[in-house]
Design a protein around this ligand. Structure first.
Ligand SMILES: [Zn+2]
Length: 291
């Protein structure tokens, strides 16, 4: 099963109301681990890169690793660029072969965000790629993007107008979630997902999922959050598993054993999210709609 366009993964998920994990990887090890999790569970998977990761690894270099790793992957996978306010990097990633991009114009006013998102949608379409849009910034800094302050939340009518005017494929609504770890219980507004989907039935994207309960995930997915972003949970699994291994093996200098331990922790984290989101065993559903 080759790499497929984002819509071939999210169309059936949105129609059948299950969620697909969209996991931010940070390097080749984490990429391999999440692909292995999806393959073991027969699940479709979205792999994402933050702009920071693309800049540190190089777009062309990351794409070469992605192609090599997904060459024989048995489940449908697709590659997405997470929050990117920089048009030049949007263009670079589309040119290199990313399947989907989040143009993050949430710092712009809605009119200017709309104008630029229309351009990004047209540019992406020329590559057969899809665009995720947002008008409200998600609270919390993620890989250098965003702010700790809560931004303005617009009435759902404004989201509807933005979706209709831009032709974006997916939308990231403000629903009270935040990037990073929750310092207090989040006050979610899940009804906003329902209201937006009723007006414009396109896949909604859940940002700031780390720390939500299983019930909160499944409720938001049932309302139309077909793409569920996972970034902080991977960072925690990645860093804590290094620490665990090093604390347990103070005198050892055995990189393959350390890396195997980290890989297992990241894979387990990915599997548990894929199961909660309901996409285990769904790879064939994706295949039948695209056959
Ligand atoms: Zn986000």
């Amino acid at each position: 099963m080759p790499v497929v366009p984002m819509r071939e993964i999210l169309d059936p998920a949105f129609a059948d109301r299950y969620g697909v994990a969209a996991i931010n990887v940070v390097d080749d090890l984490t990429l391999e681990a999440v692909l292995a999790a999806a393959a073991d569970l027969d699940a479709p998977l979205i792999v994402q890169t933050s702009l920071k990761t693309v800049k540190s690894m190089g777009a062309r270099q990351f794409m070469a690793i992605w192609r090599a790793r997904t060459d024989e992957v048995p489940v449908p996978v697709t590659l997405h660029l997470d929050h990117c306010p920089d048009r030049e990097w949007i263009s670079i990633c589309l040119r290199e072969g990313w399947n989907s991009v989040l143009f993050d114009g949430s710092e712009l006013d809605v009119a200017e965000n709309t104008r630029q998102t229309i351009e990004v949608v047209a540019e992406a379409a020329s590559y057969g790629a899809q665009v995720e849009g947002e008008i409200e910034s998600v609270v919390g800094v993620e890989d250098g993007i965003g702010s700790e302050e809560g931004g303005e939340v617009h009435p759902v009518e404004v989201s509807g107008e933005f979706i209709a005017a831009t032709g974006i494929y997916s939308f990231a609504p403000a629903i009270g979630t935040a990037h990073g770890l929750y310092k207090a219980e989040p006050k979610l507004t899940p009804e906003r997902v329902t209201e937006i989907v009723e007006r414009h039935p396109i896949p909604q994207v859940l940002h700031g999922g780390t720390g939500l309960t299983e019930a909160q995930f499944t409720d938001l997915i049932a309302r139309g959050c077909a793409k569920v972003n996972i970034s902080t949970a991977l960072k925690i699994a990645f860093v804590d598993s290094h620490r665990e291994y090093l604390d347990a093996n103070p005198g050892k200098h055995d990189p393959p054993k350390l890396l195997a331990h980290v890989r297992e922790a990241v894979k387990t984290m990915a599997e548990s999210h894929i199961r909660i989101f309901g996409s285990a065993g769904r790879a064939s559903a994706t295949r039948s709609t695209t056959a």
